[in-house]
Design a protein around this ligand. Structure first.
Ligand code: HEC
Length: 152
């Protein structure tokens, strides 16, 4: 009887250990993203751009929610689109990025400019689903780059 009871007493601890062993490999999962090295100044500049990208997406969404297509188009073109490239210092930063990363960045700017056109058209057509579809192509580029690259 004592022998059968003993494992029962230990059981909660053993199962905790077993559980933590199960969870650990997941937490320590290897980070397979390519680590990109750049000077500190450049890094903080890039991360500041990133935070502005996120803010811009949110501002675009709230403009769309209000049916302010022209505002959404303007935000996208000036802050994310091809027009934003210079103010972001993109040419300077691109030099530090691997080719694949540069391409995703370029695709994002192009997708944002395409969205800007669709949003302008929606001003007339009121075709919100089409504009949203174009906006999701922008965020897909954010996701693609974040999945593949990180800063060192
Ligand atoms: C060409 C690559 C690329 C694209 C495109 C990109 N990002 Fe990033 N982003 C990065 C990298 C690299 C980091 C740093 C991640 C790390 O080191 O873990 C980052 C970090 C961020 C951060 C964290 C900023 C901070 O202060 O830590 C935010 C927010 C962000 N990105 C938003 C966005 C949004 C929104 C988009 C799309 C509109 C976007 N990014 C597009 C590469 C990209």
């Amino acid at each position: 009887m004592a022998l059968t009871m003993e494992p029962r007493v230990k059981h909660p601890i053993l199962s905790l250990i077993a559980l933590s062993l199960l969870i650990m490999p997941v937490q320590a999962a290897e980070d397979l993203r390519v680590a990109v090295e750049m000077p500190d100044m450049m890094k903080s500049h890039m991360l500041a751009n990133m935070r502005d990208h996120l803010l811009t997406l949110s501002e675009i969404q709230s403009a769309l929610a209000k049916g302010e297509y022209e505002v959404a188009a303007d935000l996208a073109e000036k802050r994310l689109g091809m027009t934003s490239l210079e103010s972001h210092g993109a040419a300077h930063m691109a030099g530090f990025m691997p080719k694949g990363m540069q391409e995703i960045g370029y695709n994002m700017h192009r997708a944002a400019s395409r969205f800007a056109v669709k949003a302008q058209e929606a001003q007339v057509t009121r075709d919100l689903p089409r504009a949203l579809g174009a906006l999701s192509e922008v965020s897909q580029q954010c996701i693609a780059c974040h999945a593949g690259y990180r800063l060192k």
